[in-house]
Design a binder for this molecule. Structure first.
Ligand code: DAH
Length: 339
């Protein structure tokens, strides 16, 4: 039986036709109800049970092969006459679909634009970093748990070559190179040794902000963040600052925005609290300024840092962070209204 199938396949492969009628004859001979391929299905009854699976699959493959072959012969005579090149040059072209911007890029650009309106410039730093810029310059004590292998990806055996765990490292790089006034944001990719789940990933993106000048106060920080939140989430958005701790800021806070989905009434996204945590912030610790050769008697500053994935998920109601990295076009096409 398999031999017969194989032989028929060779026969079909070699088929040619010079008129539309000849194609029709071939169609009847091979794939009509009484055609040779269809007869195989009748013979299938007599195949022993243990061979049925293999033989059945081969017949199906042959059937599709025969259909394709006859259809492609038919195409050649589509308009009643044979197309010379096999291609009809009068047919409309296949549209070329443009790609769309990734939702993370859309939201990053939006955030950059908002801060640009407040006079913040954009700077970037390296993803492969050293201990100084990620931890030491930012006032992390030597035994701080964030330095641990469980959080940080170290490269090779050298503990001084690591993937940055936050974009705060760019603060240190910028302050080392520039004297105040500094007003800039630092978007970028960060890495943490975390198990991948719906809520966390080992690669994600942050935007860091830094403002250092004479007389920068906590009130400036608060007003900047309020403006930012209203531009991003809508003009009725409220913010609240909760005391927190980060080694590089003193005092430190975490900021919540009123839930833009339920308007603060309580829903399953804000876990019925009416608030969503979106960033960490604070006044730059004088130790950090001094580490970067900035006079902490003369200058003060504020800093903040937020995760772009988290904000994008809240803005668009995306429930699983892994969507951002799978690059399924059915997901990606939903966001960019420019196309
Ligand atoms: N680097 C912090 C993190 O990765 C976020 C952060 C908190 C940045 C407070 C800041 C800040 O600049 O002031 O979680």
């Amino acid at each position: 039986m398999l031999e017969k199938i194989e032989q028929l396949k060779r026969e079909i492969e070699a088929l040619t036709a010079s008129t539309k009628e000849e194609v029709e004859e071939l169609r009847i001979k091979y794939i009509s109800k009484k055609g040779l391929v269809s007869q195989l299905f009748a013979d299938f009854k007599n195949v022993p049970a243990d061979r049925k699976k293999a033989v059945g699959q081969s017949i199906n493959v042959l059937k599709n092969f025969a259909l394709d072959k006859i259809n492609s012969l038919k195409d050649t005579f589509e308009n009643g006459e044979q197309k010379k090149s096999g291609q009809d040059l009068t047919m409309p072209g296949e549209p070329m679909r443009l790609g769309t911007r990734h939702p993370l890029s859309i939201v990053r650009n939006e955030i950059v634009d908002i801060f640009a309106r407040l006079g913040f410039t954009v700077a970037e730093g390296p993803e492969i970093e050293d201990d100084w810029h990620v931890f030491s310059a930012l006032n992390f004590p030597p035994e701080h748990p964030a330095r641990d292998m469980q959080d940080t990806f170290f490269i090779q055996k050298d503990p001084d070559v690591l993937l940055r765990t936050h974009t705060s490292s760019v603060q240190a790089r910028v302050m080392e190179k520039t004297q105040p006034p500094i007003r800039a944001i630092f978007p970028g990719r960060v890495f943490r040794n975390e198990a991948i789940s719906a809520r966390s990933h080992c690669i994600f993106h942050q935007i860091e902000g830094l403002y250092v000048d004479e007389n920068v106060s906590f009130a400036d920080l608060k007003q900047t963040l309020l403006y930012f939140s209203r531009e991003l989430f809508g003009e009725t958005t409220e913010i609240r600052l909760r005391p927190s701790y980060f080694p590089f800021t003193e005092p430190s806070a975490e900021m919540d925005v009123s839930c833009s989905i339920c308007g603060g009434k309580g829903c399953n996204v804000c876990k019925y609290t009416g608030w969503l945590e979106i960033l960490g912030c604070g006044m730059v610790d004088p130790n950090v300024l001094e580490s970067c050769n900035i006079d902490s008697k003369k200058y003060t500053g504020f800093a903040f840092g937020m995760g772009i994935e988290r904000i994008t998920m809240l803005k668009y109601g995306i429930k699983d962070i892994r969507h951002f990295f799978e690059n399924d076009v059915r997901f990606l096409r939903q966001f960019d209204s420019a196309y």
